[in-house]
Design a protein around this ligand. Structure first.
Ligand SMILES: Cc1cc2nc3c(=O)[nH]c(=O)nc-3n(C[C@H](O)[C@H](O)[C@H](O)COP(=O)(O)OP(=O)(O)OC[C@H]3O[C@@H](n4cnc5c(N)ncnc54)[C@H](O)[C@@H]3O)c2cc1C
Ligand code: FES
Length: 511
């Protein structure tokens, strides 16, 4: 439907609503000319912003107001209600804002406000002489963008081993693979964005060595590049199988856009075996089913996802997949492959036109190790995301940071965490001295099951389920020693935001 003909919900807010219709903490959806707008009263002030999140169009009217910000219910992006700025990923673009007037017992939305230029961070002017970012994924891209948003005017170079400009990696196992998202949705930015921002993006540029004394990175091919400050954002790579037949061409892994394209091509066949009941393996299983491929999932555990989500949620995940025709072979692992079969340790032999391996990833720490940077199951960083070598920072899947919620050093593989870390590292490279204190968040989508996870629990001694798991309407809380560590929600986006806010308060209070 064209923009002009679209039915817009709620009142025409230029005509005003009664003051009594909008209490403190309230939100009203309406429209201004042909644009959907939300009007909110928070902290005693009135605000009007665009109604849709700039990530995947989540409805901000169903989000959470926190002071002068609004959080998206879908993947927890956060926008300033005053300026529209995208304060937290996964949104990268601002929302529009309008001037609001309250007069004679009525509230009116007036003209759209011009995007406010954010004041440059004073230290940004005197920041490092140049900044090099190794990695063009979630963390690297978010860092490069934040350096410019903060007013850093020096050279920024982003080196990526990938031959594609930064893209929406989570989509590669979801709508893109399922055939519901065209490829033009996948890049995070338009082709000219980086040049416009003065960010030198070098693709297919693999860094092979760091010289931390000379402040230089060496690229495959032999060229070198000096840096004033350096961000390591090399992410993770899939763990590869080493069993007979594992180098056959129909054995696939999924990390890059090229990998996902290859899977789309492979999905023209009839029968797939997915190895591993990880998030990626199960998302792939769901997307391949959406393409009509027959899917068998093989995994060593007896309850999928039990280690991350507990048995109850894991069993629901399994049930949803089985309802969509996925066949599980649990408690076993592959022994060998030939061109059309997977032989299992359990002695079953599965037909397979192609195989997708999703047995986990390992952080890409080789450069850091070679350079003598402290590495312990990830690159060790302090609360400010700086590594053991001053002036070198790390963010995203490679970084293990001191987490104040679990009181442990943790490393996670979440898109939003990587982006937030990239942004924090960027600000700290410019002297902000900001702790990375964000509550981890991730989401997954498998068939009609959408699940949000906030916090982090590698172990727990109590699981509380509120609601109805089978009806996909529940909140699951994971506690250790009575302390709330993580919350999973299914069909309850508002509870997920509430849990995030509660965990943030616990961190701030040091409880
Ligand atoms: C298919 C898939 C689906 C996912 N879905 C979700 C999801 O739904 N929700 C969620 O929270 N998370 C999801 N994730 C995880 C999420 O994508 C990662 O946590 C996130 O991408 C990590 O960001 P990063 O910047 O650390 O690493 P990456 O995004 O992996 O980027 C690393 C970058 O470093 C580059 N690089 C590596 N080594 C070098 C080198 N030596 N020289 C130069 N460049 C180098 C790579 O080419 C790449 O550009 C998914 C991951 C995959 C693969
Ligand atoms: S749609 Fe708003 S954060 Fe994703």
């Amino acid at each position: 439907m064209s923009e002009e003909n679209r039915e817009l919900a709620g009142p025409d807010l230029t005509k005003g609503i009664s003051t009594s219709d909008l209490a403190e903490g309230g939100v009203i959806s309406g429209h201004v000319v042909r644009e959907a707008v939300v009007l909110a009263r928070s902290g005693g002030s009135l605000f009007a912003t665009g109604a849709e999140c700039t990530h995947y169009h989540g409805p901000l009217s169903e989000g959470a107001l926190v002071g002068d910000t609004v959080r998206c219910p879908w993947h927890h992006a956060c926008f300033s209600l005053r300026t529209g700025e995208a304060l937290r990923p996964p949104a990268l673009n601002p929302v529009s804002c309008w001037r609001v007037e309250e007069r004679d017992g009525r509230i009116y939305i007036r003209e759209k406000l011009k995007p406010a230029a954010r004041p440059a961070r004073a230290a940004a002017q005197a920041g490092p002489e140049s900044i090099v970012i190794i990695g063009g994924g979630a963390a690297g891209n978010a860092a490069a963008e934040m350096l410019r948003r903060e007013g850093y005017a020096g050279p920024v170079t982003m080196l990526s081993a990938d031959d594609a400009a930064p893209y929406d990696r989570p989509n590669l196992s979801k709508d893109y693979l399922a055939g519901n998202a065209p490829e033009e949705w996948i890049p995070l930015r338009s082709p000219d964005f980086y040049a416009d921002q003065g960010i030198e993006l070098k693709l297919a540029a693999r860094v092979v060595a760091l010289d931390t004394n000379a402040h230089e990175v060496r690229l495959a091919g032999g060229s070198g590049l000096r840096y004033g400050a350096l961000l390591l954002a090399t992410g993770a790579v899939p763990v590869r199988l080493d069993i007979p037949g594992s180098d056959l061409p129909h054995i696939h892994y999924l990390r890059t856009l090229a990998d996902s394209r290859a899977l789309v091509a492979a999905a023209a066949a009839h029968r797939a075996v997915v190895l591993g009941a990880s998030f990626i393996g199960l998302e792939v299983a769901a997307s391949l089913r959406a393409r009509g491929v027959e899917v068998h999932v093989v995994a060593p555990e007896t309850h999928p996802m039990e280690r991350v989500l507990g048995r109850e949620v894991g069993d629901l995940v399994r049930k949803v997949h089985e309802e969509h025709g996925v066949v599980f072979h649990l408690g076993t692992t592959p022994a060998s492959f030939d061109r059309s079969h997977v032989a299992l340790q359990s002695e079953e032999r599965l037909d397979a036109d192609f195989v997708v391996v999703g047995v986990g990833v390992r952080p890409e720490t080789a450069l850091a190790e070679q350079a003598g940077i402290a590495v312990e199951r990830g690159v060790t960083v302090d609360a400010y995301l700086e590594t053991s070598i001053p002036g070198i920072w790390a963010a995203g899947d490679i970084a293990r940071w001191p987490d104040r919620l679990t009181r442990e050093k943790i490393r996670v593989e979440h898109w939003v965490v990587a982006e937030r870390q990239g942004q924090t590292a960027a600000r700290n490279m410019l002297g902000a001295r900001e702790r990375f204190d964000a509550v981890p968040f991730f989401w997954t989508q498998q068939h009609d099951l959408g699940l949000c996870y906030v916090g982090h629990a590698e172990k727990w001694d109590r699981v509380e389920i509120d609601g109805n798991l089978a009806a996909k309407d529940c909140t699951v809380t994971y506690r250790e020693g009575g302390r709330k560590l993580a919350v999973v929600t299914i069909g309850r986006d508002h509870d997920s935001l509430a849990a995030e806010i509660e965990l943030e308060k616990m961190i701030a209070a040091g409880t």
